[in-house]
Write a protein that binds this ligand. Structure first.
Ligand code: ZN
Length: 531
């Protein structure tokens, strides 16, 4: 049984909010805070009260969460008293369980950025910790630039951490703010700090500028630190923060950590991790990283046929952990390298029951190989594969027919004298005996075609109202003698399921049309639309 407690501190809503292109609303922050609370994260740093209206509003009332809701802010300004620093007063008044102060641990920053003395910085730390404790808050100190500071002047860096600890701060957090420190350096320096401050009061805050933020976090734990700060999906400015979505399963599933530490995340919550990760991407309108460790769509994907038959017999042969433990699933890629076992496994997953000696299985495999030879890639397009398989088994109704479509792109000068490019699509479809013609304008030809296609599907319209395109990717391939275009479209619907469809053609509009059609038909099949 793990004996020692290791604490997790999430800063998705504070440091993660610094990510380029990320702008959380108050509602977003509340949803994410509840998600983090639900999986058992010890601390949720929700923002910087006073820095912007969203964060100020978040801390305007007490939030009913089990996690320790933490407000972030600066220690008192040099040369001022606590009561005379409006920023600090606002922070002390915030409705938070804990306050995480940030202070300079690098003498160079104290001189150049703050234009003050080391003694004044240390006094500011002590005064601020004391004031927050007097308000009944748990206190943390983020020692900014700790590792660079320690390399430059260890005595001052350590003094900044020690000042907070001696004043009663629950945690001093060593920050690799520039993200350039390497794991062996982190391990050595944290080890030295833990001689002066007990490790169960020391945290690590790593940035990912050498892609080692996760490794640096573990190096700190090996050296004695007992709190890890990070963000969901590694969100954060520049290259991001330590990714808790990778850290949590490693702590839970790797014996080196799981035998020693309890992190407060139960097994059944670990199983929701993939969902949590994808939900955040959803909120940010980003396509999930399919190669993300543990939770990515490809994290447990195997390509070659020989591996597939081994995996079916004994999954541990090719998997470092069981995909279900983190809420992911095993995926056997159907591709030109695949054998019959891959196809059978995929059919089983889709829920199509076929005898393994059914000649249609071989026909499907041949069809996949032929299509991949001309540029299709079914391993990236699960929904198109499913449609291909269902068609081969005679299980896709004939819903409608596109009799013709026409897309045009026109550049002209508008009434304001500006040069604009306008795309328009006309689609003529036949549903039963009805001919339906739809016209749409779009921001580009594919968008116009998509809008026109989905504008009026007659009696099927109600089945596709929740359909949404979330990603569109184009690649030019050299298949044989001529270049062809491969289009991958990712779609989602009201149930939150994501699926990917593919189209290949020398013509980008035609390739897009195929992928759009597959997406719509997949949606109709999955919604159980009648023929
Ligand atoms: Zn940071």
């Amino acid at each position: 049984m793990p004996s020692e407690r290791l604490y997790l501190f999430d800063t998705t809503l504070r440091d993660g909010a610094q990510t380029n292109g990320v702008d959380f609303t108050l509602a977003d922050k509340l949803v994410i805070a509840r998600m983090l609370d639900d999986i058992g994260i010890d601390y949720v740093e929700a923002g910087y009260p006073g820095a912007n209206p969203t964060d100020t509003n978040f801390f305007a009332e007490k939030r009913p969460l089990r996690t320790c809701v933490t407000a972030f802010g600066m220690t008192r300004r040099p040369g001022r008293s606590v009561s005379n620093d409006p920023g600090l007063v606002a922070l002390l008044d915030a409705q938070a369980d804990a306050i995480c102060f940030v202070a300079k641990a690098w003498d160079y920053h104290v001189r150049v950025a703050l234009e003050t003395t080391e003694d004044e910085m240390l006094a500011s730390i002590r005064d601020s910790v004391r004031a927050a404790k007097a308000k009944g808050r748990e206190v943390l100190l983020d020692c900014e630039h700790f590792f660079d500071g320690y390399k430059a002047k260890p005595a001052y860096a350590l003094a900044s951490a020690k000042a907070a600890y001696d004043e009663g701060a629950r945690w001093v957090v060593l920050c690799d703010t520039n993200g350039g420190t390497l794991p062996h350096e982190v391990e050595k320096i944290v080890g030295e700090v833990c001689k002066a401050i007990p490790g169960d009061h020391v945290g690590i805050h790593a940035h990912n500028d050498t892609e080692q933020a996760v490794a640096n976090s573990f190096a700190a734990v090996r050296a004695g630190a007992r709190q890890i700060q990070g963000t969901l999906n590694g969100l954060g400015e520049r290259c991001g923060n330590a990714n808790l979505v990778s850290i949590i399963p490693t702590l839970k599933l790797k014996a080196e950590f799981s035998q020693h530490f309890d992190i407060g995340v139960p097994d059944d919550k670990l199983q929701t991790l993939a969902h949590v990760s994808h939900t955040l991407d959803e909120m940010l309108n980003r396509a999930p990283d399919r190669h993300a460790p543990y939770v990515g769509e490809s994290a447990f994907a195997t390509k070659a046929g020989i591996h597939a038959s081994a995996i079916m017999k004994e999954p541990a042969t090719y998997e470092h952990v069981a995909p279900e433990t983190v809420g992911n699933r095993r995926k056997l890629l159907v591709s030109d390298q695949s054998g019959r076992s891959n196809v059978l496994a995929e059919l089983e997953r889709i829920g199509l029951v076929v005898d393994k000696d059914d000649p249609r299985v071989i026909r499907l495999l041949d069809e996949v190989k032929d299509r991949e030879a001309i540029g299709y890639a079914y391993e990236a397009a699960d929904a198109s594969f499913e449609l291909l398989a269902r068609r081969m088994l005679g299980k896709v109704p004939h819903y409608f027919e596109v009799e013709k479509f026409d897309v045009n792109v026109e550049q002209r000068v508008n009434a304001k004298g500006e040069r604009v490019t306008v795309s328009q699509a006309v689609v003529k479809i036949k549903v039963g005996d009805d001919i339906l013609i739809s016209v749409s304008e779009g921001i580009g030809p594919v968008n116009a075609l998509d809008l026109a296609l989905r504008k009026d599907l007659g009696k099927y319209q109600s089945f596709i109202t929740g359909l949404d395109l979330t990603d569109y990717r184009v690649r030019i391939l050299n298949a044989g003698t001529e270049a062809v275009t491969r289009v991958l479209i990712e779609s989602t619907d009201e149930s939150g399921e994501h699926w990917t469809t593919i189209g290949v053609s020398p013509n980008i509009i035609d390739a897009s049309f195929q992928a759009l059609m597959d997406s719509i038909i997949y949606k109709l099949v999955k919604s159980g639309a009648p023929a």
